[in-house]
Design a protein around this ligand. Structure first.
Ligand code: NMX
Ligand code: MLT
Length: 435
């Protein structure tokens, strides 16, 4: 067994014992109550899930095992000559609960590189789809095709014991994370670069190799990919992609089945697809205004038009956050350092100066501030990755780190099949009448 796997097992045994005690001594303690509105309105604000990898504060934003995004950017190991954190380090942190050393991260990089082989039938499955297929559909199909490789599913079919679930889930998770960049890059090159594929470079770290296979050699783009893969990785357990992965995994579906389900949630425009919607909205606005840099009054008019058409302003608002998303701020800092004069970036910043007041005036939007998706497209376009339908795939590759680390924890802690109770509106009417 690898030392990282052994370390995970030791941590998991320790926490399992603590959870057992928690359940024995405090299992009946109430942590929340549920209102009628919450049952109808997306269960917002109900604490009813346990996720070890990260925790969100509505005003401060996400913390991964206690570390904020600025702290991760400071403390996680970097590539030689680089300044942004390596996503392998974040995966280690989410899995083990401790900051990794440089050696831990190098080890994980080479483990992922060794496991990255993708069998041909996965590429065949992608090729079977029309080129016009949305990249997120191709991505999910490919992950499903890769399910043939699940060691968890095989072991279950062979009658594995409950105590071994964590071990096979760990193997599946690492194998899947290792293979995702190759699959995503294949989809990108097939759809947008005439199938001119680029072989992996085993000497590069996970994110830099991804950038390389996409066809981007610029060192700053590799840095952007490292940062991108870190900031999109996890957002506690209740978001659609994390919750779906966890829910499907609770049926003992393997990592491939569970993650593919999560990806389908990420592909929705109110969740991960918002990153493509944002850049599309900005490009449409620029075109409608005749090109070039719009002024604040023009942006204001365009936002009001969007709202009048009954649409949301993409990249703004959040189900849980109540301030500017620190993931937006991290990208803004990156842009200030590397591309402060990029016109699209300056539009993103002017939109940031304009939209919150308009949304506040609506009186119903709980969070008028930008989320992670409001900034990412402008950075990608700058480096030449202009094919915005692909953006949610990038989000998906990153999100695998968090949801699969969580899936390992789910099986290590022996979490149960998820099955909350539902009621009908008829039941609800009788309930409020006290019947
Ligand atoms: N533009 C216009 N209206 C909005 C926006 C927005 N950006 N955000 C919220 N509202 C509306 C919302 O549609 C709802 O209207 P109604 O009562 O008519 O149905 C009302 O404000 C109250 O919604 P909230 O309680 O503030 O937000 P909720 O928790 O329901 O939804 C989002 C959260 C993220 C779905 C919502 O803010 C939204 O649609 N934002 C735009 C899409 C987006 O950027 N999604 C990405 C989220 C991050 N991610 O990557 O997943
Ligand atoms: C996410 O990263 O998952 C989004 O910000 C959505 C959420 O947290 O609900």
């Amino acid at each position: 067994m690898s030392y990282i796997k052994e370390k995970f097992k030791a941590k998991a045994d320790e926490l399992s014992a603590e959870v057992k005690d928690l359940l024995k001594n405090h299992g009946t303690k109430k942590i929340d109550e549920v209102t009628v509105a919450q049952a109808y309105q997306g269960m917002r604000g109900i604490t009813g899930l346990v996720t070890e990898t990260s925790l969100l504060d509505a005003n401060e934003g996400i913390r991964f095992r206690g570390y904020s995004i600025p702290e991760l950017r400071e403390h996680l190991p970097k590539a030689p000559g680089g300044q942004e954190p390596l996503p392998e380090g974040l995966f280690y942190l989410m899995l083990i609960g401790e900051l990794p050393t440089e050696a831990d991260v190098q080890n994980l990089s080479s483990v992922l590189s060794r496991r990255s082989h993708v069998p041909n039938h996965v590429f065949d499955a992608i090729e079977a789809l029309p080129v016009s297929t949305h990249p997120m559909t191709m991505f999910t199909v490919a992950v499903m095709a890769l399910q043939t490789e699940s060691v968890f599913a095989k072991a279950y079919a062979d009658g594995m014991s409950k105590k071994d679930y964590w071990s096979y889930m760990y193997e599946d998770s690492l194998n899947l994370i290792a293979r995702l960049p190759r699959i995503a890059a294949y989809i990108y090159r097939r759809k947008y670069k005439n199938g001119d594929h680029i072989q992996p470079d085993g000497m590069l770290d996970w994110a830099a190799n991804f950038a390389h296979m996409l066809g981007y050699r610029n060192e700053d783009f590799k840095e952007l990919m490292r940062l991108y893969m870190v900031i999109h990785a996890d957002h506690e357990g209740g978001n659609v992609s994390a919750h779906t992965t966890h829910l499907v995994g609770s049926a003992l579906s393997d990592a491939y089945l569970s993650f593919a389900a999560g990806l389908n949630g990420l592909a929705g425009p109110l969740h991960g697809l918002a990153n493509q919607e944002v850049i599309k909205w900005i490009l449409d606005m620029r075109e409608e205004l005749g090109g070039g840099m719009p002024d604040k009054a023009q942006i204001e008019a365009y936002v009001k038009k969007t709202l009048a058409e009954g649409k949301v302003v993409p990249g703004y608002g959040h189900a849980v956050l109540r301030k500017t998303d620190p993931r937006f701020t991290a990208q803004m800092e990156f842009a200030k350092k590397h591309l402060p004069d990029e016109e699209l970036v300056r539009i993103v910043w002017l939109v940031y100066e304009t939209v919150p007041d308009i949304l506040k005036d609506l009186g119903k939007v709980k969070n008028p501030w930008p989320n992670v998706d409001a900034h990412s497209g402008a950075l990608l376009v700058h480096y030449g990755l202009v094919e915005y339908e692909f953006y949610t795939v990038l989000f998906g590759v990153s999100r695998a780190l968090g949801v699969l680390a969580s899936l390992c924890w789910d099986r290590a802690l022996g979490l149960s099949l998820e099955r909350p109770k539902s009621v009908t509106s008829e039941w609800m009417k009788l309930f409020v009448e006290g019947k």
